[in-house]
Write a protein that binds this ligand. Structure first.
Ligand code: FAD
Length: 430
């Protein structure tokens, strides 16, 4: 059942995770002001799925259940699905800066592929286990955090060579009922306000690393799991009009003998398939990142155009500003085009019968955005001037005794950062 943003916020109250922030225990994630911008951002992924005009992008039909679900939890069954996901992520990130929930899509698709591949190679039943979990997560419209990146300790050593084995999450006990895992995942987007986590290996493994090859689902309030998080965005900062509304928390997850029943274990000890899993996840994720950063680019384009106007220029007429704005659009649409190409040249994964974006175009798009993001910020700064980092906060707008020379154009400037320009293209037939 699809949730609204309000229902999502309320649903967080059903869980009792152990969360620390700034050295103190957080009693209620849903009521913690420091997480509000993150919960708001995730909320947009729920509310947009309920809007009729966005339904073709934000909703999808899961082929294995026939149910209509949020696209952020969908398994791709065509090239059109990948194009729609790309557009949906761009739309969400244009509003929020980063909507965070698309990582679940990327992990779902990777685990779907990897479990089918292991079944084909070894005759196991991992894919059915995962399918049951997938249907349940889709039905409950969950937000699922991705716990892939291990703390890693000494990077020159493999997991089994680490002096402290807890630098990687690993299996410490196996029984007829399930496994017990310990270790640390270091960078988990949205960690404090997720319902569940998918634990996945972050690298290729050798046979000696078998205990570290574990992929499973863990609820956020599992016994033995501690989340240490950063604030989401810049909560409570009045002058940060955008970042106090939408932001991203990241968290460290510490697993201390956490029990996971077999029905939530999607593979264990199958070290030889970890390389494939991380390759598949990275390919889906880089494809999604292209849509996300294009949405962020749209925010900068809109803000840049408004800053030109606030400074008294028409960027269409003032050549040096027009050139910079064209450059900003060229960068954004340039890496986005790689995402489109990766979708168009997607391939069918024969084991799982699902669709995978083209890895070369996905990686080129990711490389372009990851290097050009610095140019995007530089251009936004260039067309704006120094006011954007030096202006006093919006409280001054309401000061009953402003200095006589307070410039009238100061008031609308922070609002530039709330402006969007991009509108999604038509959805693609799947
Ligand atoms: C904003 C943000 C959000 C993220 N969200 C998530 C998330 O939700 N879930 C998740 O699982 N991960 C997440 N990540 C983690 C991301 O995938 C990792 O940052 C990335 O995989 C790199 O790992 P690392 O940061 O540990 O750096 P490292 O891999 O440790 O790299 C550090 C440096 O060491 C070098 N190095 C490392 N290993 C070797 C080696 N063996 N040989 C030679 N050189 C080496 C690297 O080249 C680099 O220069 C996020 C990251 C960021 C920045």
């Amino acid at each position: 059942m699809l949730m609204s943003s309000e229902e999502y916020r309320e649903s967080l109250r059903q869980y009792k995770p152990t969360v620390y922030l700034g050295g103190r225990r957080v009693e209620s994630v849903a009521d913690e002001p420091a997480f509000a911008p993150g919960i708001n951002a995730l909320g947009v992924t729920y509310d947009y799925a309920l809007k009729t005009e966005f339904a073709p992008l934000m909703l999808a039909t899961q082929h294995s259940s026939g149910k209509q679900i949020n696209r952020m939890l969908h398994i791709n069954t065509s090239s059109g699905d990948l194009l729609n996901k790309l557009e949906a992520v761009r739309l969400l990130c244009q509003e929020t800066g980063c909507a965070q929930r698309y990582l679940a899509h990327d992990a779902f698709n990777a685990i779907y592929q990897a479990t089918h591949r292991i079944d084909a190679a070894k005759g196991t039943a991992h894919s059915q286990n995962f399918l049951n979990y997938l249907h349940d997560a889709q039905e409950r419209d969950l937000s699922v955090g991705i716990a892939l990146t291990d703390a890693k300790g000494d990077r020159s050593k493999r997991p089994h060579q680490q002096a402290n084995p807890d630098t990687y999450v690993h299996i410490v006990e196996r029984s007829a009922k399930g496994v017990v895992i310990s270790g640390t995942k270091a960078i988990v987007t949205g960690a404090p306000y997720m319902h569940e986590f998918l634990v996945m290996p972050c690298r290729n493994m050798t046979e000696q690393d078998a205990a570290f090859a574990i992929c499973c689902a863990v609820p956020c309030d599992a016994a033995g799991l501690t989340i240490v998080a950063r604030p989401a965005g810049r909560p409570g900062e009045k002058s940060a009009l955008f970042s106090n509304k939408f932001g991203q928390s990241t968290g460290v997850l510490m697993f201390d003998k956490v029990f996971v029943p077999w029905e939530r274990v999607f593979y264990a000890d199958e070290w030889e398939h970890s390389g494939y899993m991380t390759h598949s996840y990275a390919t889906h994720h880089r494809h999604s990142c292209i849509g996300a950063r294009a949405g962020f680019g749209d925010l900068l384009i809109g803000a840049g155009a408004l800053m030109c106007e606030a400074n008294g220029f028409d960027p269409g007429k003032e050549t040096h500003l027009r050139d910079q704005m064209v450059e900003l659009i060229k960068i954004t649409e340039g890496f986005y085009a790689c995402g489109v190409a990766a979708s168009v040249y997607a391939t069918l994964d024969a084991d799982s019968n699902s669709w995978m974006p083209d890895p070369v175009f996905s990686n080129i798009g990711k490389l372009l955005l990851a290097t050009q993001i610095y140019d995007m910020q530089r251009i936004a700064h260039y067309v704006s001037g120094g006011l954007i980092v030096t202006l006093p906060g919006p409280d001054e707008d309401h000061n009953p005794q402003p200095p006589r020379t307070w410039p009238t154009y100061c008031a609308p400037i922070p609002m530039c950062l709330m402006t969007n320009v991009y509108r999604p293209r038509a959805s693609w037939k799947t």
